[in-house]
Design a protein around this ligand. Structure first.
Ligand SMILES: [Zn+2]
Length: 379
């Protein structure tokens, strides 16, 4: 009989896990009666599991608001403060830190200049900055589930290396070297894959039924393909490297060394540091109708529409735009949609183009979620 026990325990654990997820998804407090009716468990089963979740500090009592008025019933909601994770974004010039709780609420954020792009040095700087991050924001280190780090580059998890990052101008960097100085569990992922994951989490349960392509627009350009809520990584982990799709044969030289890549045409560098402006300054000038800005932007939208229409042709699904450029895109979305529709023989609208919810923090949110998902799965 000994070996049967784990099976029984596992079944009971799964019931508890389902109940926790139900309470999590409900977002507002739910009563035992509601749980019992909706999930089809007996009241004693609900009672027992609620007691276990309460004892573990994973849920807390809350009031169920009744639509008919009257005395509110006792309900339960998850305790989102029980754990947190940190997402860190490594870019060519900066390290950014974001702590999020179990509900993905933002607890703390900081940005520091990146001092070196060598693997070991990045790890050392992260380890040092983490200590002050926790201290400055009074975050309880005992609650840290882990530290997720995103890189703008191709990552091979099996070989444990960053294969290539044209943005950081590095290749064959060992992930262990980055991980070593950090005293928490570390997970490293491509920035656009993490960004796509954050956008997926930001969708409603209904919206999550649809697949989407994520196009990340910053100085570097990347992306991800999300099928059934999971990134499609490809056989070499290079799926979604949209920045290096050729859109102009024999065209401008790209950071990767090849000619005519999307990134060589639509990198934010062209309308920011290349002309000595911040993104805010450029878009302010554009809104005022400055001619040089208008010409540059028109060119950018034209090339962008080639890429977006190609993605629509290849995947036939929504295209969600992210990255800091997307934070400025709303006024230009009708023009961009028109350009894309004009290239498409099958449809005369391009409503499939959506703006992401987290233009500047998606990568950090998504990579932190890796630990949260693990945590929730383990309940
Ligand atoms: Zn390229």
């Amino acid at each position: 009989m000994e070996e049967l026990r784990p099976t029984i325990t596992e079944r009971r654990r799964q019931t508890r896990n389902k109940m926790y997820r139900y309470i999590y998804d409900a977002e507002v407090p739910v009563s035992k009666q509601q749980i019992s009716t909706s999930m089809g468990y007996s009241l004693p089963t609900v009672h027992q599991n609620i007691a276990e979740l309460l004892d573990a500090g994973l849920i807390r009592p809350g009031e169920v608001q009744k639509s008919t008025g009257g005395r509110p019933a006792v309900g339960y909601t998850i305790d989102e403060t029980v754990r947190f994770a940190v997402g860190i974004s490594v870019s060519a010039t900066q390290l950014r830190f974001l702590a999020t709780d179990v509900r993905q609420n933002e607890l703390a954020y900081k940005l520091v200049p990146l001092s070196s792009s060598e693997g070991e040095k990045i790890g050392e700087q992260i380890a040092k900055e983490l200590e002050s991050f926790f201290e400055e924001h009074e975050l309880d280190q005992k609650k840290v589930l882990g530290v997720g780090i995103t890189f703008p580059g191709v990552i091979d998890q099996e070989k444990d290396v960053i294969v290539l990052s044209p943005t950081l101008r590095i290749k064959d960097i060992s992930l262990s070297a980055v991980r070593r100085p950090i005293r928490f569990p570390v997970f490293i992922e491509n920035d656009s894959t993490s960004g796509g994951a954050a956008e997926w989490l930001g969708l409603t349960l209904k919206e999550r039924e649809e697949d989407f392509v994520y196009l990340f627009l910053e100085n570097g350009i990347g992306g991800a393909v999300f099928i059934d809520g999971h990134p499609y990584l490809g056989s070499e982990g290079r799926s979604g490297e949209f920045g290096h799709m050729c859109i102009v044969p024999g065209g401008r030289k790209c950071n990767c060394g090849k000619l005519g890549c999307l990134e060589a045409y639509c990198s934010a560098f062209h309308f920011t540091s290349d002309i000595g402006l911040t993104p805010e300054e450029f878009f302010e000038g554009l809104a005022e109708g400055k001619e040089s800005h208008l010409a540059l932007w028109e060119e950018n939208l034209n090339y962008l529409s080639i890429a977006i229409n190609n993605l629509r042709m290849a995947f036939d699904c929504n295209v969600i735009l992210g990255g800091f450029v997307s934070a400025f895109l709303e006024p230009y979305l009708p023009a961009l949609r028109q350009k894309c529709a004009a290239r498409n023989p099958f449809e005369n609208r391009a409503d499939y183009i959506k703006l992401g919810k987290y233009p500047t923090k998606a990568g950090m949110r998504g990579v932190a979620w890796h630990f949260m998902e693990e945590f929730i799965n383990g309940i």
